[in-house]
Design a protein around this ligand. Structure first.
Ligand SMILES: O=C(O)CCC(=O)C(=O)O
Length: 274
């Protein structure tokens, strides 16, 4: 029996970007865009994404028993591979187009998606750079982070270190107490422009570069901060060195069959735009 996906909005119509928004992303390495999904769209997708995240979640330990990274959020990866309705969200042409336009790329591929649910009482997200984890030899990487529910600042919306993306790779530092400590000092010592995203409405998004330092406080609210993310990179990127164990693991998981120096274009990395 074939199970039909629920009828969901298409998410293919453009979200026009102002030149200033593109310039802000390129200058700061992050940008906040309001209402990228309408209240109706985000409400429809929130239901399917939260259901898929709950079904695929493997974390069962209470928050107190997890390490700092585990306390920060439930992290459920590649919903699209397992859930046909979630795939419609991740494969949105609207989101892919924004990613391409912000980076100035002709076309973008999918790296992976992930739900990041910060539970009430969940801990802070330590400062980190995403691209430390990725074996991608390009500066054109970007994450879209969408609030699926209204998320006030006290629920743990993000803080960015504007301009830090210009520095490129800043060290082999996993998300941990050590990354928090080292990058906290770096953020204080260098003249990065700190920017708190503040309160978000469901459907608001941030985009940040793979090199941009970012963090988030813990969730001091009573509801889960539900966010869905999609990571893209410019089509044509090559596989870079797997010079830490995370990059090696990522190569095997998200780029199956690809090898160092070759094209980053496995069956898990379709071109999502155009
Ligand atoms: O959701 C968070 O708290 C952190 C998100 C993050 O690190 C990311 O999307 O790269």
């Amino acid at each position: 029996m074939t199970i039909e996906p629920p009828t969901l909005p298409q998410l293919d119509t453009p979200y026009p970007l102002a030149p200033e928004q593109i310039a802000a992303y390129q200058r700061d390495g992050h940008v906040l865009l309001r209402g990228v999904a309408s209240p109706e769209e985000v409400s429809a997708y929130r239901t399917v994404l939260a259901e898929a995240a709950a079904r695929l979640n493997t974390e069962t330990r209470p928050i107190e028993q997890r390490d700092t990274y585990g306390k920060a959020f439930l992290q459920i990866m590649n919903l699209w591979e397992n859930d046909v309705a979630s795939k419609q969200f991740t494969f949105s042409k609207r989101f892919g187009r924004i990613a391409a336009e912000l980076m100035g790329a002709d076309a973008v591929r999918l790296y992976h998606d992930q739900a990041l649910f910060k539970e009430p009482g969940g801990g802070h997200t330590p400062w980190h750079q995403d691209q430390f984890y990725w074996p991608l030899a390009t500066d054109q990487t970007i994450t879209m982070w969408m609030a699926l529910v209204d998320a006030e600042e006290q629920m743990g919306t993000m803080t960015f270190a504007g301009g830090s993306h210009e520095e490129g790779f800043l060290g082999h530092l996993e998300i941990s107490d050590r990354s928090e400590d080292v990058f906290n000092r770096m953020v204080a010592d260098r003249s990065f422009r700190l920017s708190k995203v503040g309160d978000l409405k469901a459907g608001d998004v941030t985009f940040h570069s793979g090199w941009t330092l970012h963090s988030a406080p813990g969730n001091r609210g009573v509801r889960t901060r539900e966010a869905m993310t999609i990571i893209y990179y410019a089509d044509g990127a090559l596989i870079g060195e797997t010079d830490n164990k995370n990059r090696q693991a990522d190569l095997e998981r998200w780029l199956p069959g690809c090898s160092v120096g070759g094209a980053a274009s496995s069956r898990l990395n379709p071109v999502l735009y155009p």
